[in-house]
Design a protein around this ligand. Structure first.
Ligand code: ADP
Ligand code: MG
Length: 255
């Protein structure tokens, strides 16, 4: 069945802010197990897409379908419990608790009070009140921050805080991980490290939807790329296809 390959489908989604179409008639299919990137100039509608998918904004028109279920009228915390986790364009860690504790509170704990009206199929581990120390530790290791476990999160560099945010998002055991500009402010070495971490996440079967401006990084790690411009889809394809697309070069890639 072809539909089983589709983890996330946006079907003709429009989101308006006043008179502005932040995204207009947007359709998108993210395949299970893929790394799918959204690229495009500032203001193209990339973050709005993530906010639609996570239920922060409701679409004015169109449908969002995740794992075969329509998300349109589902609250953000239920969407998170259904298996969609995210990081933010501006890093959001808890500065005055430890690095390890950041992961522990980022897991099931923050959703605990809402578990009783959780209507999606129950998932492995979702009934736990918080994630275990062992699991938090494993996630820290995965992002290479185990040496910093007991320090305050605000003692980390901004690149390390981004990795901590990824580990915290993974504590929710998502099927889909949304990363909004994870390489922003990272140096070349940190970007290489991030690419390896994304490969590890993908190898665990987690699908990734990535917003990113570092184009070499995007070309390197993506299975599919969708290019947005003025809230519309300009092009879509493999990294090879996108790199050679004249419209994309003119709107975005060209200097
Ligand atoms: P990108 O992430 O691609 O840079 P955004 O999705 O943040 O773009 O924004 C798309 C457009 O929608 C921009 O013109 C932006 O100013 C506008 N926009 C985004 N969020 C809001 C909001 N909450 N209220 C009003 N306008 C918004
Ligand atoms: Mg943005």
């Amino acid at each position: 069945n072809n539909d089983e390959d589709k983890l996330l489908v946006l079907d003709n989604v429009t989101k308006r802010f006043g008179g502005l179409n932040a995204i207009k008639d947007m359709s998108l299919t993210v395949k299970k197990g893929s790394v799918h990137s959204l690229i495009g100039p500032n203001g193209a509608g990339k973050s709005t897409m993530i906010n639609i998918i996570t239920g922060v904004y409701k679409p004015n028109e169109g449908r969002v379908v995740f794992n075969g279920r329509e998300l349109n009228n589902i609250k953000p915390y239920k969407i998170a419990l259904a298996g969609i986790s995210r990081t933010f364009q501006s890093v959001q860690v808890f500065g005055k608790i430890s690095v390890l504790e950041n992961i522990m509170v980022g897991g099931h704990g923050q959703y605990r009070s809402n578990l009783f009206d959780f209507t999606f199929k129950s998932r492995r581990g979702r009934k736990e009140e918080t994630i275990t120390r062992e699991r938090a530790w494993a996630l820290l290791k995965m992002v290479g921050l185990e040496d910093r476990a007991s320090e305050f999160a605000d003692s980390l560099s901004s690149g390390q805080q981004r990795l901590l945010e990824i580990a915290r998002a993974l504590a929710m055991e998502p099927d889909l991980l949304l990363l909004d500009e994870p390489a922003a402010g990272l140096n070349e070495i940190e970007i290489g490290n991030l690419a390896q971490i994304i490969e590890k996440i993908k190898a665990k079967g987690i699908t990734i939807l990535l917003i990113e401006h570092h184009i070499d990084f995007v070309m390197d790690i993506s299975d599919a790329i969708t290019v947005l411009n003025f809230g519309k889809k300009l092009a879509e394809g493999t990294p090879m296809e996108i790199q050679g697309n004249q419209e994309v070069i003119e709107a975005y890639l060209g200097k």
